[in-house]
Write a protein that binds this ligand. Structure first.
Ligand code: FMN
Length: 187
């Protein structure tokens, strides 16, 4: 099914700038509709990492949902979407998706994305990673979930943190077949 709706979820791992960069790039693609939901933890990390910038997240999205609204459109498989990105993805949310413990809209939307066989991309952030984190991420990858951690990339010649973020967002968009403008190897 052709569908240009993307669910973008943000959780309480460090990396608010990653979600902001993704939303900004999607806003520049007029054919794409973003359905945005953030956890309480994400709000806390925005306050630490990008104080005062929360309204910009909401302004960039086409639809914003409350994470406690488990009856929202994106909680149902009958609402077509092209997939979902969790950026950044906390280890708690990764564990919730791994176990199917859908007690929030983010976890339910991820559960729906999996059960409908749609692309699910996680940008998990923690360091170092414990055996529990690694097991969950490994098993999620075996279920078809794309695990795209915000790894630093040097071969593309980044001059700024924004350059590294652009590269990461390009990798995320590639997994969804969405046009991405970043410096590819050999490109
Ligand atoms: C400033 C800040 C940074 C955090 N960074 C991380 C992180 O990088 N990875 C992680 O898994 N949890 C991190 N946490 C902890 C999560 O926010 C916490 O486990 C929270 O319950 C996650 O819930 P959520 O997945 O529903 O957002 C951080 C918390 C704060 C306040």
């Amino acid at each position: 099914m052709d569908c240009n709706r993307l669910v973008v979820a943000m959780t309480g791992a460090s990396g608010s700038s990653l979600a902001l960069a993704l939303l900004r790039q999607l806003r520049d693609l007029p054919d794409w509709e973003t359905h945005f939901v953030l956890s309480h933890g994400a709000e806390v990390t925005i306050d630490y990492e990008l104080p005062g910038q929360k309204p910009e997240f909401f302004a960039l999205a086409d639809q914003v949902y409350d994470n406690s609204n488990i009856g929202a459109a994106i909680a149902s498989g009958s609402f077509p979407t092209a997939g979902m990105v969790v950026i950044p993805c906390s280890m708690k949310t990764a564990a919730g998706i791994h176990s199917g413990y859908s007690d929030s809209l983010i976890l339910r939307a991820a559960d729906v994305t999996l059960k409908e066989g749609r692309p699910l991309v996680l940008v998990p952030r923690e360091t170092p990673l414990s055996p529990i984190h690694l097991r969950n991420l490994y098993e999620l990858s075996m279920m078809g979930v794309a695990i795209v951690p915000p790894m630093m990339t040097f071969y593309s010649g980044p001059q700024t943190v924004d350059d590294m973020i652009r590269h990461l967002i390009g990798k995320v968009l590639d997994r969804l077949g969405i046009p991405a403008d970043y410096r590819r190897w050999g490109g």
